[in-house]
Design a protein around this ligand. Structure first.
Ligand SMILES: [Zn+2]
Length: 529
């Protein structure tokens, strides 16, 4: 029996101590758009996000705040992380926390299996450790300190000196997996994307892999090593397993969700791609499980030329943007303005300019004009189209081509290209109205059929646009969908299939068109603070 296609996508689980910034929101939105797109293509879809709640730093902050680490994590999840998802309109299927029993029990079962099969051994480790990264660093990865840190090795991400730590720990035999990883990269060329990242990881693995220290005795806020209670698992090992614990994997019983949706596509920032494209597949190979479908590392957001991160002061809270521009504009802007996979610069000026030109004047104004003309000239009913001339037929062709190009781009996770392809419909429809001048045709009673054909064609174009843009801008497209009378005549927008969108004439004549408030209202300069 052929199984139905499925699509599963994850974000990294976010470090609960961080303050959510636009970098986190960017990853969330990208994964959400891919999930919504696939869902609307009729593919059974599952999307996962969550929080990483173990480790020394969380323990320290909880102690400093006079609460237990679990209470501290609960508060941060409720006050910061769940609200982030609402702020940017994420429709995730699950939210996993590494302190949940359903996760901790899977971590223990997974690693017990690796231990039983001799992929884990006890040994001594000495190395440079960055508390900020919670990982040991290779000397090659470190920078020379300057100023007050002159003469010391510093972490290039945190800019602070690393500590020399010596611990007796459990180790994972990662060195045994180099060849199998290289074979994976070879036989599945899109396993790591984009190509620049793939090349970097392939050469990293070719240099040879070390075994990995995977447990700690120095602190106890983590998942206990089941065969040695003095140790807890190193945070990365614990965290990566979330991708299958959320799917309900069990050592003795894979579970229905796991069988349906694994392997997943992992969307990550490129700085953590190595964990996902090297360590994680090696762990899965050791456990005899399929490796992920794809690891896609997106670029960094630069603000004033600097990477957005927790350790820099450039962090911008997503709500600062959505409070002014709305969540749709946030989603659109970051996915359209930045090539997915490359670094990109954020500026308020660029955001405001694109909002005005592309959303308010381009798409919003188009929608308002067509809806208003159907109200004025056709008593608020979608008119019946007569014979189509070349210009009308061209709109349909542009939609067909846009669907084809956008679908191909989304398959490669080239979200920016997909939006650009869809935007050809906005431009084409605006040009069509300018050329056809329905407001002039309306003055000549003998041309009423022509007027109806123009407005019916424009309304069909908006129908297609609503469906195609719904994954990116769910709120404004739903408003437009309702105004077109499509909710009542066709059904809910979220259920409309992208693969059927180009078939023409779905919006029936007579559908009840209602007024449409501006989709992207004018932003006054003083709102920008
Ligand atoms: Zn660091």
């Amino acid at each position: 029996m052929a199984t139905a296609p499925t699509f599963s996508v994850t974000t990294p689980i976010f470090y609960v101590n961080d303050a959510p910034h636009i970098g986190h929101a960017y990853t969330e939105v990208a994964a959400d758009v891919l999930a919504r797109w696939n869902r609307q293509c009729g593919v059974e879809t599952w999307s996962l996000t969550g929080t990483d709640e173990h480790g020394q730093k969380i323990l320290r902050t909880a102690v400093a705040n006079d609460v237990t680490p679990k209470e501290w994590a609960d508060k941060l999840v409720a006050d910061a992380w769940i609200p982030l998802l609402e702020t940017i309109d994420i429709a995730n299927d699950d939210f996993i926390r590494t302190t949940e029993e359903r996760h901790e029990s899977v971590v223990q079962a997974f690693l017990q299996k690796l231990y039983d099969d001799d992929f884990i051994y006890f040994g001594e480790y000495e190395g440079y450790y960055c508390v900020g990264c919670e990982e040991y660093k290779q000397p090659d990865d470190l920078a020379q300190g300057t100023g007050e840190f002159e003469g010391q090795y510093v972490c290039p991400i945190h800019g602070r000196p690393v500590e020399v730590l010596k611990e007796a720990n459990y180790f994972f035999r990662m060195s045994a997996f180099g060849d199998r990883l290289l074979e994976l990269y070879e036989t599945q060329p899109d396993f790591i994307q984009p190509d620049s990242l793939r090349n970097e990881i392939v050469s990293f693995v070719r240099r040879g892999l070390d075994d990995l220290s995977i447990s700690r005795q120095s602190f106890d806020w983590g998942v206990r090593v089941p065969w040695d209670e003095k140790h807890v698992f190193y945070v990365w090992f614990d965290a990566l397993i979330n991708y299958i614990s959320a799917l309900g994997w069990r050592a003795d019983q894979p579970g229905e969700l796991f069988q349906r949706f694994w392997p997943s596509n992992h969307i990550v920032g490129k700085d953590i791609a190595r964990f996902h494209a090297v360590i994680w597949p090696a762990m899965l190979m050791a456990a005899g499980l399929p490796t992920p479908r794809r690891v896609f590392g997106h670029g960094w957001l630069l603000v004033g030329g600097e990477k957005m991160s927790k350790s820099k002061l450039t962090g911008i809270a997503p709500a600062q943007i959505t409070d002014v521009f709305g969540s749709d504009a946030f989603r659109y802007y970051f996915l359209r303005a930045i090539s997915f996979g490359q670094d990109g610069s954020f500026s308020w000026e660029d955001l405001a300019a694109r909002y005005q030109a592309e959303l308010a004047n381009g798409f919003g104004n188009l929608a308002s004009r067509v809806v208003a003309m159907i109200g004025r000239y056709c008593d608020g009913r979608v008119p019946a189209a007569g014979d189509l001339d070349e210009a009308d037929a061209r709109i349909q062709q542009v939609v067909e081509l846009a669907v084809e190009r956008a679908s191909a781009a989304m398959d490669r996770f080239a979200i920016h290209e997909a939006i650009t392809a869809i935007w050809t419909i906005v431009d084409e429809l605006n040009g069509y109205l300018t050329e056809q001048e329905p407001w002039k045709v309306a003055k000549d009673e003998s041309k009423v059929e022509r007027l109806h054909t123009i407005l019916a064609t424009a309304a069909e174009g908006l129908r297609a646009l609503s469906v195609l843009l719904a994954p990116v801008m769910p709120k404004s497209t739903a408003q437009l969908w309702t105004a077109l009378g499509a909710d009542a005549a066709i059904g809910p927008l979220a259920e409309q299939r992208i693969d059927h969108v180009a078939s023409w004439g779905q919006l029936p004549a007579g559908a009840d068109v209602s007024t449409l408030p501006p989709l992207f209202p004018r932003i006054e300069a003083d709102q920008l603070g």
